[in-house]
Design a protein around this ligand. Structure first.
Ligand code: AMP
Length: 423
């Protein structure tokens, strides 16, 4: 017997109920994104590796440990995208979006790839939806993305979303903060975990979000190092969130782990669990454009939310999806009846009244019991005899009454009956 294949570890097939939940999230995201003026974007699954090493940063976990990187047959060094922001900025620069009216607002719903240690809720291929507003440095565009994500989660039944916010400051504030932090970390170096001992020199901010090192509790706070513009911008974002009643918590240990952030950073968590569950996050990234080859700094801000996490929370909260409700079922018996039924299905669809069918089944009994389970009001039956005579039976499922009509009159008759039934 030849080998039976399985999907790769950490990669999963999306089907059945899971697919329906994905569809629901996709629908709510794209409808809301359009209302807020975001246009959809799809970037390729594979990019030149430099987009991520330069954009996301060499010292980050994503780039250092988790990227799927390989050489193509043509010798190019490429990576499966581990996140969406750097490719979108690459696209913005490549297609000169800076010549268009600013800001440009994008949204996406795409799969991403990270070779992470396998554990519950962490996949190696996972989906995110996200928003990027590029070309404007103003607190209101940061606030709007947070509000939009918050509204989407609320509409999906996640009403306990809490925003944790911090400010990483501009380069000047951050440099001052970094040297104070380095000095402090040096003084407590013996109590740091082995990873943080390395991070302390190259990427000291990362020590702040280490789950193991508790010495950070006494570390200097970035808020005390912010310049006037950074603290004014931050205060304004918070005031805007207050204005629309989006709840947030200040969290001075939130650093988000990627190199490209500056200014405001945030994470959205679901707060009702014992341990808050991170659903997504984002922040401002004014420097990314320069890292990706732009001569000018292009101000930008954005966030991404994990679809699997949202879906698992929706299931946990028993958020129900709308049922596919149709009022009519077409049953058929025999080859000629199948032909007539296929045509009739199309006729119904054209008039904006989609109907159920079970063309893959041959037994009339099993088709009728399916019609029963689906709870339709009317079943149309085309048997062998009816097909030959260009007729069909219309059966009222409540009363059991049946009537034979000409095939070409079926749509009209069914619509009439449905109207009468509603009276
Ligand atoms: P990040 O891009 O790391 O900030 O992640 C944003 C959100 O994407 C997280 O809060 C998760 O909801 C989701 N996410 C990130 N990595 C994974 C993963 N490996 N598996 C499933 N979801 C993920």
């Amino acid at each position: 017997m030849s080998k039976k294949f399985k999907s790769l570890g950490g990669m999963h097939d999306v089907f059945g109920e899971q697919y329906d939940y994905f569809d629901k999230v996709r629908e709510v995201v794209s409808r809301n994104a359009k209302i807020y003026g975001f246009k959809g974007i799809e970037t390729p699954v594979i990019e030149e590796t430099g987009v991520f090493t330069r954009g996301v940063g060499e010292q980050t976990d994503i780039v250092e440990k988790e990227m799927y990187t390989f050489k193509t047959k043509g010798g190019e060094q490429v990576s499966l995208r581990p996140e969406g922001t750097a490719p979108i900025m690459r696209s913005f620069i490549e297609h000169s979006f800076y010549t268009k009216p600013q800001p440009v607002k994008f949204y996406y719903f795409q799969p991403f790839f990270r070779h992470e240690r396998q554990q519950a809720g962490r996949y190696r291929q996972f989906w995110q939806f996200g928003f990027e507003t590029i070309g404007k440095d103003s607190p209101i565009v940061d606030a709007q993305i947070i509000v939009l994500a918050h509204n989407i989660l609320k509409e999906l039944g996640i009403k306990d979303a809490l925003v944790k916010v911090n400010n990483l400051g501009c380069e000047r504030c951050r440099d001052k903060f970094k040297s104070a932090l380095k000095k402090y970390l040096k003084s407590v170096a013996s109590s740091l975990c082995s990873d943080c001992k390395k991070r302390m020199k190259k990427n000291p901010l990362r020590v702040l979000d280490c789950k193991e090192c508790s010495v950070k509790e006494d570390a200097p706070q970035i808020m005390n190092f912010l310049c006037k513009k950074c603290s004014d911008d931050f205060r304004q974002v918070l005031e805007l969130l207050d204005e629309v009643k989006v709840s947030y918590d200040l969290d001075s240990f939130l650093v988000r782990g990627l190199d490209y952030y500056n200014g405001i950073v945030y994470e959205i968590v679901s707060s009702s669990q014992e341990k808050p569950l991170a659903l997504g996050g984002g922040g401002r990234y004014n420097k990314l454009s320069v890292l990706l080859g732009s001569e000018e700094e292009i101000p930008a801000t954005g966030m991404a939310i994990g679809v699997e996490r949202v879906v698992s929370l929706m299931k946990e909260k028993e958020v129900k999806l709308e049922k596919d409700k149709r009022e009519v079922f077409i049953a058929q018996l025999g080859d000629l009846a199948k032909k007539k039924a296929l045509k009739l299905f199309e006729d119904f669809k054209k008039t904006g009244l989609p109907v159920f069918e079970s063309f893959g089944r041959d037994s009339l009994k099993s088709q009728l019991s399916r019609a029963d389970r689906l709870g339709v009001n009317i079943t149309i039956i085309i048997g062998k005899e009816e097909a030959l005579a260009e007729k069909a039976i219309i059966r009222d499922m409540d009363s059991g009454k049946q009537e034979k009509v000409d095939l070409k009159e079926v749509v009209k008759e069914v619509k009439k009956k449905l109207k009468e039934n509603k009276k």
